[in-house]
Design a protein. Sequence first.
Length: 191
Amino acid sequence: MKLRNVAAEASHDEEWVPSKMGEAELNRMVAAGVLPDHVTAGWQLARDEPFLTPHTDEAVVFEDYFWRGLGFPVHPFLRDLLEFWAISLCKLHPNTILHVSVFIHFCEAFLGILPHFNLFRHLFYLKKKGGSGSKVVGGVYLQLRDGMTSEYIDVPLNTSLKGWNARWFYIKQSHPVIRCNVHHIPESQSS
């Protein structure tokens, strides 16, 4: 059993890729308005780091998360979902961030209510990505439940996000902090 755990940890380390984010990319995000400036947000590049090593007050984030509506501080609804699912932010696929962002906006701007947890669970369930082994980054995603496609907003998803997992960096966060635990293997949750 111990050998299996060591092998699992080794495979997690191999799945994580060094960051390709540079200052130019982060400044482009600032100029586009999807990321606050360096002084406000406290973002840091992950230069020459083959594996994440955030400080205790930093979150590991991906560029594509911000293009799909992630903001800091993280919306309480997303924080509660991560706690409910017992997963880290880095486990989410960028399209999941988009689904959560659209749902929050739908509730707050269209329905005029706070995001409703039971409505969310009625529409979506968390699904583990298929394929061999676990996925450290983007290993789970949201799936509309059967019959919900016609009941919910049509959200066009980009299915070609090749290399998104190599565009990561750090951002300062306040308490409670969101961690990226790469050794936790997410499971599908239909409830």
